[in-house]
Design a protein around this ligand. Structure first.
Ligand SMILES: Cc1cc2nc3c(=O)[nH]c(=O)nc-3n(C[C@H](O)[C@H](O)[C@H](O)COP(=O)(O)OP(=O)(O)OC[C@H]3O[C@@H](n4cnc5c(N)ncnc54)[C@H](O)[C@@H]3O)c2cc1C
Length: 447
């Protein structure tokens, strides 16, 4: 049976996340946005409240939540502050490669530290000259003795300024592209690791973003998470599991924008009437709700696929670009409903809009998601309908069936180029429309 309802445990989790969101995240959001600062105490409280790191498996100290639970929690936190949601969830992005790897040593060494002691871990594929083209990374990993030496710069790394550990992707040879990429767990305190200044941003100012410079950083062999080539696969598998969560960020932000817009529309009067009585405003609200609901369905489907052991890659990509682009439309409409006040810093829409803008960029831009989906459609998608030149489109058809629906015996031949259908025992000599030779015609009837 298809069931869209949440379980009692999921409803309880949603309730806890809502309380945390409204009591801890919301009051902090605008203050720290203005300061352009990540309040670390929110992350500590999130860990204590079981809102952060809960997707670490139970045997390593976590609550063992799946992605569906992750999406439920994330929507609630992002509804209050997308920047803090990014900061909280970034730990999952950082440790996900460890969780899905088969490296038991690193799981035992790092996951309990994160779950129980609130250690933070960031995730680094991007570099100053490379973001979308992950296989084009330049950060070098050179085998030396019983370990590797890392040299290079990672950029845009969320939480790098506050992280204890770093999941670093580097290549043994840039010319090898995908096949050269490895992954390592690096500790912030190791010699040669430097973190740059916090990068000033348009939005998500409550999340920390900085570069990481690695200079002759020695990583013991045991901290190699994935060897050459396997690192690329690990990064892609990680993104397939984290993209539904980015979609959940967008759902949360869009839901709040919609709720604020409903509230404002009920209160604001123009021309002697409340603006919620105007159909132009009502249609905007209806479309906002449609976008929030459809986005959530896609996000949860991607999360459910991952939790069910399926490959969530395609649903995760569709969900990411659908939910994040829909959220921008919702935010834009919400700002319009607020009129001039929407454009000020005194109302919540302005910050939500700036925060939401990032969702179509990080963890694979909208363009990259479209490339993934289009690549799959063109190579692996299985069509239900027959190939085009076998479809019985009978323009100007003679009687193919008698009155009882019995098929006629007269063969029909279809031109593979213009679609003209010829009836007769044999194909025509040439197509009377496009003149191609008749031997290219395909018999499409009787089937
Ligand atoms: C606030 C913030 C936080 C981030 N956090 C992290 C993090 O924690 N870890 C991390 O590793 N990275 C992080 N990133 C980096 C982020 O993932 C990249 O910015 C993103 O992948 C895009 O890469 P880029 O900025 O280099 O753009 P580019 O790859 O240079 O792309 C520029 C534009 O060209 C488009 N484009 C590129 N190639 C194609 C193509 N083949 N066809 C069509 N269009 C194309 C892109 O979609 C984009 O619109 C973060 C970025 C930001 C802004």
């Amino acid at each position: 049976m298809l069931d869209f309802s949440l379980s009692p445990e999921q409803l309880d989790l949603q309730k806890r996340a809502r309380t945390f969101s409204k009591e801890v995240v919301l009051p902090a959001a605008w203050h720290y946005n203005e300061k352009d600062e990540l309040p670390l105490w929110v992350l500590k409280k999130a860990n204590e409240a079981g809102i952060m790191n809960s997707d670490i498996p139970k045997e390593y100290g976590g609550a063992g939540y799946g992605l569906v639970e992750g999406a439920i929690v994330t929507e609630e936190i992002a509804a209050a502050c997308p920047g803090l949601a990014t900061s909280i969830f970034d730990n999952s992005l950082g440790f996900e490669p460890i969780v899905i790897s088969d490296n038991e040593h690193l799981k035992k060494k790092y996951l309990p530290e994160i779950a129980k002691n609130g250690k933070r871990i960031c995730f680094a594929t991007s570099e100053p000259t490379m973001g979308s083209d992950v296989a084009g990374m330049q950060c070098r990993a050179e085998k030396k003795g019983d370990g590797y030496i890392l040299n290079g710069t990672k950029f845009w790394i969320t939480n790098s300024g506050v992280a204890d550990y770093m999941t670093i992707f580097a290549t043994v040879d840039p010319d090898k592209k995908h096949d050269g990429i490895c992954a390592f767990i690096v500790e912030k305190e190791w010699d040669g690791v430097r973190v740059g200044r916090h990068i000033p941003k348009l939005g998500q100012r409550t999340s920390n973003t900085a570069g990481i410079h690695l200079e002759n950083v020695r990583v013991p062999e045991e901290n190699m998470l994935a060897g050459p080539g396997k690192g690329f696969v690990l990064a892609m598998k990680t993104f397939s599991r984290t993209r539904p969560i980015i979609g959940a960020f967008a759902v949360g932000a869009a839901r709040s924008a919609m709720e604020y817009a409903i509230d404002y529309a009920k209160k604001r009067k123009t021309f002697g009437s409340r603006i919620n009585t105007y159909q132009a405003i009502q249609f905007k609200l209806a479309e906002m709700y449609q976008r929030v609901e459809t986005s959530r369905l896609l996000v949860l489907k991607g999360a459910w696929e991952a939790d069910s052991g399926m490959d969530p890659t395609i649903t995760a990509s569709i969900g990411k670009f659908y939910a994040t682009e829909s959220a921008m439309e919702v935010l834009n409409d919400a700002l319009q409903i607020f009129g001039g006040y929407g454009y000020t810093k005194m109302f919540p829409i302005e910050k939500l809009l700036r925060d939401t803008r990032l969702f179509t960029i990080y963890e694979g831009t909208s363009e990259i998601q479209r490339m993934i989906v289009a690549g799959w459609l063109l190579s692996a998608y299985t069509s239900v309908m027959p190939p085009l030149d076998e479809v019985p489109v009978m323009v100007g058809a003679e009687a193919l069936f008698d009155q009882d629906g019995n098929p006629s015996d007269t063969p029909a031949w279809r031109c593979p180029l213009c679609g003209y259908v010829h009836y007769g025992e044999d194909h025509p000599d040439e197509c009377p429309y496009c003149f191609i030779k008749g031997k290219g015609f395909k018999q499409v009837w009787p089937r």
